[in-house]
Design a protein around this ligand. Structure first.
Ligand code: PEP
Ligand code: MN
Length: 347
């Protein structure tokens, strides 16, 4: 942490700041400039008490933190890419991983058809969403417990792996025997109590970025999972809210590149919730791969036009094989680039 004192600070002011820095278990190093005196504080910002209190001293102009607010998630802590394995499928191992499935489970027939289409297209990680966060309480709320029962049946029939969103601690328990990966949705990306409960379940977690989270907040949310015992965290960029409704959310590809550079965790991209429109899913998927994403999570439905939620953005699951065939050259190039040039910390 760096503390900048106001111009005209006296020797007494500098001493008061140094004394407080020492009392907070940092070593002060005083640098006297022409106009400002700066006190550099040597110590571990994550384990020592915060120096924010120094802002209260009348002679202090600014307090600038140096260390990130995450450590276990950082590439400095763990240089090599982490690989997360879900139901035998690896994410972050240099290949491109595809997760797909309907926005919501709507019924046994709809879900079975989606799984049949997707497994035929080679997808092994399926979105199974019995619990849905909906903006309006009058919108379809998901199949809930009935959906979990259907998941159990379909898993027994097909052996596929499921990623399921948990909106609260009770869902963690309800899905424990059938979900292979928990999803924390954008709306819960900073629900720290939920992150702690999910971490305690020791299952892989797909952590979406909040729709207005900074990259630092996103990585700090991942840190909550890691520090509470979940070692298998996958980040997911899904677009930021903006003034422009040309797309549903602005896909932040810079954040994908930054997350890959700053963190060892795998990064997926959800082009569906960023696009909001079927026709935009493909270009955003290609762009995500070019930016260094380790894979994609894409909404697909056997009858997208009549879907109960997100009908405009879901791809036809029966044609997902064609979509993947069209995407194949981009996936191959992205995987090849990963092998050639592993990410290094952003500087
Ligand atoms: C979802 O993936 O089902 C979803 C609701 O997405 P998000 O949390 O990104 O809005
Ligand atoms: Mn959706």
């Amino acid at each position: 942490m760096i503390i900048v004192l106001k111009p005209q600070s006296t020797d007494q002011d500098v001493q008061a700041v140094s004394d407080m820095v020492t009392s907070l278990r940092y070593q002060p190093r005083i640098i006297r400039g022409v106009e400002h005196t700066v006190v550099a504080c040597v110590g571990d910002e994550l384990n020592n008490r915060s120096l924010e209190a120094l802002r209260n001293l009348p002679s202090v102009d600014t307090v600038i933190p140096i260390q990130h607010r995450y450590k276990l998630a950082s590439r400095e802590y763990h240089h090599a890419d982490s690989v997360v394995t879900v139901g035998g499928v690896s994410i972050g191992n240099g290949s491109i991983t595809i997760l797909a499935g309907p926005c919501a489970m709507e019924g046994a027939g709809q879900f079975r058809n989606a799984v049949k289409d997707l497994t035929a297209a080679g997808v092994r990680l399926i979105r199974a969403m019995p619990y849905k966060p909906r903006t309006s309480p009058y919108d379809f709320q998901g199949l809930r417990e009935e959906g979990v029962r259907i998941m159990r049946e379909v898993k027994a029939e097909t052996g596929v792996s499921f990623v399921s969103e948990v909106m609260g601690p009770s869902h963690v328990e309800q899905l424990a025997d059938v979900a292979d990966m928990y999803q924390i949705g954008a709306r819960n990306a900073q629900n720290y109590d939920l992150l702690e409960v999910v971490a305690a379940a020791r299952k892989p977690v797909l952590l979406k970025r909040g729709m207005a989270s900074t990259v630092e907040e996103w990585l700090a949310a991942a840190e909550y999972l890691l520090v509470n015992g979940c070692s298998q965290v996958v980040l997911c960029e899904r677009g930021l809210r903006s003034f422009d409704h040309a797309v549903r959310n602005v896909l932040d590809l810079g954040a994908v590149a930054v997350a890959k550079a700053e963190s060892h965790l795998p990064v997926l991209v959800d082009p569906s919730h960023a696009a909001g429109k079927r026709s935009l899913v493909f270009p955003l998927a290609c762009a995500a791969l070019a930016a260094g994403a380790d894979g994609l999570i894409i909404e697909t439905h056997p009858d997208p036009v009549n879907a109960f939620s997100d009908a405009a953005q879901q791809l036809d699951s029966a044609r997902f094989r064609d979509f993947l065939a069209e995407l194949a050259p981009w996936m191959e190039l992205a995987a090849k680039k990963k092998r050639m040039r592993p990410p290094s910390p952003a500087g």
